[in-house]
Design a protein around this ligand. Structure first.
Ligand code: NI
Length: 143
């Protein structure tokens, strides 16, 4: 048996309704998977990551994307103030000037689940932020 970082590869059978299976095959093919095993592994990993966020782990990684108008009142000042207050949580950031008015900012956050979510909520609810989303990722260690 082939061994991975996390353990031995185990083969197992899955019983599934043929209609459901054909929908699954269509879905994974459209997403670029060439076999069911890799698609199932990714689905399991995604659920494990989701579960680890629900459990409130102490070391998580997330990406926060924000789109805003840089000249909207004191928005820039408020966003910068929040980021400086949580400097230890922000391990990297990227700022792109999309056009003459709009900016896209991506923050890479690392730290406890609750702290990341709290900062994300504060940034996302800042008046003038047009769009934003927190992508709850993983350090990758346990999956
Ligand atoms: Ni900008």
């Amino acid at each position: 048996m082939k061994k991975t970082e996390s353990g031995e590869i185990i083969r197992f059978g899955v019983s599934m309704d043929e209609v459901l299976l054909s929908k699954f095959d269509e879905l994974i093919t459209s997403r670029g998977y060439t076999n069911r095993s890799e698609a199932i592994r990714d689905l399991v990993r995604a659920e494990l990551v989701k579960e680890s966020w629900a459990k409130g782990k102490t070391s998580q990684v997330a990406l926060l994307g924000l789109v805003y108008r840089h000249e909207h009142g004191d928005l820039m000042h408020r966003l910068m103030h929040l980021q400086h207050e949580h400097a230890q949580l922000i391990i990297s950031n990227l700022h792109v000037h999309l056009d003459s008015d709009n900016c896209l900012e991506v923050l890479i956050l690392k730290g406890p689940t609750e702290t990341i979510e709290h900062l994300a909520e504060q940034l996302l609810s800042t008046k003038g932020v047009k769009f934003g989303q927190l992508m709850r990722a993983t350090t990758g260690k346990e999956i």
